[in-house]
Design a protein around this ligand. Structure first.
Ligand SMILES: CC(C)(COP(=O)(O)OP(=O)(O)OC[C@H]1O[C@@H](n2cnc3c(N)ncnc32)[C@H](O)[C@@H]1OP(=O)(O)O)[C@@H](O)C(=O)NCCC(=O)NCCS
Length: 237
């Protein structure tokens, strides 16, 4: 059966100015972030994740400060309500003032990533991609190459987050096979698949372009992306 895979995109202007939607521990983490840009991104990620988790679990009357999005020792985000772990897996990404969160019922290996769609040099492709991915990107030119390169990069990051490793791992240890959908972009989510070359583990993936960015989701389950928090849960704070 296909699982629900919630996703939510938010922007800097959606994030409340004050900190009363953060719990006490989150406020301490925010206060310790010395660089304004990092603090801004972190807050955007927390806001996006809290809205996504609340909408996904459809918990009525849940206040934002009773939810905590805490980084585990490996850096991956985890959700708690009043200190008790919630039965969800989530993933966070932020780029260019946009925050993306993916959320699904635990246990699941889940990743997401958002990148600005911008030209990336051939050197990046040759250094960080597998031979198959290099062929896929470099056979295209112009905008198609830009799209393919960003898609592969973002999809890799998604899978590396689902593996809870991030860029600690060699990016070539994950292979993205986007051939099936790359030239057939339609409105909404397009499929791709990914594979961990160390373990053989397979990942389902989805991508879409939106507001000059590329968004990717990945999961080790069959899933259906579904926008979380599209207004059904009322307004916050
Ligand atoms: C995870 C990583 C690939 C993200 O790359 P990025 O393009 O710079 O940033 P993105 O905006 O796409 O994603 C950042 C989010 O990834 C998540 N993340 C961090 N480490 C993660 C991990 N090991 N697994 C899954 N997700 C992770 C976090 O939620 C983070 O946002 P936050 O810190 O604001 O909560 C990169 O930061 C990385 O490889 N880090 C190595 C692991 C690490 O050093 N973690 C830090 C604390 S131990």
């Amino acid at each position: 059966m296909k699982e629900r895979l919630g996703w939510l995109l938010q922007h800097l202007e959606d994030v409340p100015e004050g900190d009363d939607w953060l719990n006490a521990d989150e406020r301490r983490v925010a206060a310790a972030l010395r660089f304004a840009k990092r603090r801004q991104d972190w807050r955007l990620g927390r806001w996006t994740a809290k809205r996504a988790v609340r909408a996904f679990l459809a918990i009525p009357g849940l206040s934002p400060d009773s939810l905590e999005i805490r980084a585990a020792a490996d850096g991956a985000p985890e959700a708690f309500r009043d200190g008790v772990p919630l039965p969800v897996a989530l993933s966070i990404s932020h780029s260019g003032g946009c925050g993306l969160c993916a959320v699904a019922a635990a246990p699941v290996a889940l990743g997401c990533d958002i990148e600005r769609l911008e030209e990336r040099g051939e050197a990046l492709v040759r250094d960080y991609f597998t031979p198959g991915e290099i062929g896929f990107c470099l056979e295209a030119t112009g905008e198609a190459r830009t799209l393919r390169t960003n898609l592969v990069w973002s999809a890799k990051e998604s899978v590396l987050k689902a593996l809870r490793a991030g860029l600690r791992r060699d990016t070539r240890s994950v292979e993205v096979d986007p051939w099936s959908a790359a030239d057939g972009e339609r409105d909404g989510w397009n499929p791709w698949t990914g594979r961990c070359l160390q373990s053989g583990r397979l990942f389902s993936g989805w991508w879409r372009a939106r507001r000059g960015c590329i968004l990717t989701l990945s999961s080790d389950r069959e899933g259906v992306p579904e926008e979380a928090g599209a207004g059904r849960e009322g307004s916050w704070p």
